[in-house]
Design a binder for this molecule. Structure first.
Ligand code: AHG
Ligand code: MN
Ligand code: MN
Length: 331
């Protein structure tokens, strides 16, 4: 039985993430605390990755690794470092039985078969921005497993569909480091205070403006976009909207979430199914968008309604302020 939602509880801006999680958990009288612990594990992984990123220019972890990931993309050293750090934190935490990562073809069994949860993640998003000190991020999506407890996780645990996410969020390593997540009742943002080593509630109950004046798309691919996207870009220009695109999905999404705007990654001739990955890029950000009052569509319907068929499948995405997404896809 839910007594009060986390949003209704009087949790003031300035509390630590730990205290916020404790307060939110008290809204669920029968909660066992395992999801809370999992969120703490993710925050810990975020702090560790943040430390690695901050000193990337000083130690030999910047630059390419000379390898390709499962999708044939060049891996940066920090992609690999972030992947290892995240997997280690989730293994040590004990709540997660398996992980799906952008960097690994198959699911990673943590050895914690008693764990109730699985996590799909992009450990480091925005690889092209790592070496040039531009914002990058981590994206995560959490499901309650559907396979029997105390047995190894199965692919069905990860292919439940976006509506079955019980929590999702991202960490943005930007001019400050922020953790933004939702367990379903509102979206909250926490800014990392380096001196305290704590995430502090700074953006309570984030609501995505219904409309905005920013559009974010890689216009370099303009010629290969579908006609409706070219048309929408034309309307943005007619209205003199601001073009803002840094090529880090998390950074571009976060700005538009706070200020009002739309992020578009359509299908192209090179990537007819879009570039972004459904399970660990599109679903989690679509979850945050919807829980904050925004929208996420693949051009045909809500991203969260797409029935997934494989771990690393891609999708076009139109994401952000509700009125802008509706206009872009013509609904
Ligand atoms: P990743 O670094 O995990 O491979 O993802 C990069 C993604 C996303 O962050 C960004 O919005 C998009 O790729 C940029 O693609 P373009 O360079 O084609 O614009
Ligand atoms: Mn990515
Ligand atoms: Mn990545």
């Amino acid at each position: 039985m839910i007594t009060k939602t986390a949003q209704e509880l009087a949790i003031p801006v300035g509390v630590t993430l730990d205290r916020f999680i404790m307060h939110s958990q008290s809204a669920f009288p029968y909660a066992t605390g395992e999801l809370s612990q999992l969120l703490r594990d993710i925050a810990l992984a975020g702090k560790i990755i943040n430390r690695e990123i901050n000193r990337a220019g000083l130690v030999d972890i910047a630059g390419g690794n000379g390898t390709e990931n499962v999708q044939g993309e060049n891996q940066q050293k920090l992609d690999i470092v972030a992947n290892i750090r995240f997997i280690r934190a989730l293994k040590n935490g004990g709540e997660v039985c398996a992980i799906l990562s952008e960097e690994d073809e198959d699911i990673i069994h943590t050895g914690n078969n008693h764990g109730k949860y699985v996590v799909a993640m992009d450990p480091l998003d925005g690889s092209s921005n790592i070496d040039v000190n531009v914002s990058i991020g981590t994206v995560f999506s959490i499901y309650r497993r559907v396979s029997p407890i105390n047995e190894p996780a199965t692919k069905e645990d990860f292919l439940q569909g976006g509506r079955k996410q019980i929590a999702a969020g991202y960490i943005l390593y930007g001019s400050s480091t922020m953790l933004v997540y939702s367990t379903g009742d509102g979206v909250n943002g926490f800014t990392y205070d380096h001196s305290l080593g704590e995430f502090i509630l700074s953006h309570k109950n984030i609501c995505c403006p219904t409309n905005g004046s920013i559009y974010s798309i890689n216009e370099g691919h303009y010629n290969s976009y579908p006609e409706f996207v070219k048309h929408y870009i034309g309307t943005c220009k007619e209205k003199s909207l601001s073009a803002r695109y840094i090529g880090s999905l998390v950074g571009d999404f976060h700005r538009n979430l706070l200020k009002g705007g739309i992020y578009l990654y359509p299908s192209t001739k090179k990537d007819p199914k879009g570039k972004l990955r459904l399970l660990y890029e599109c679903y989690p950000l679509a979850f945050i968008a919807e829980k904050s009052g925004g929208k996420a569509s693949d051009g045909f319907g809500p991203i969260l309604d797409i029935v997934p068929s494989s771990f690393h499948q891609r999708s076009p995405i139109y994401l952000g302020s509700a009125a802008m997404v509706e206009k872009a896809i013509g609904s």
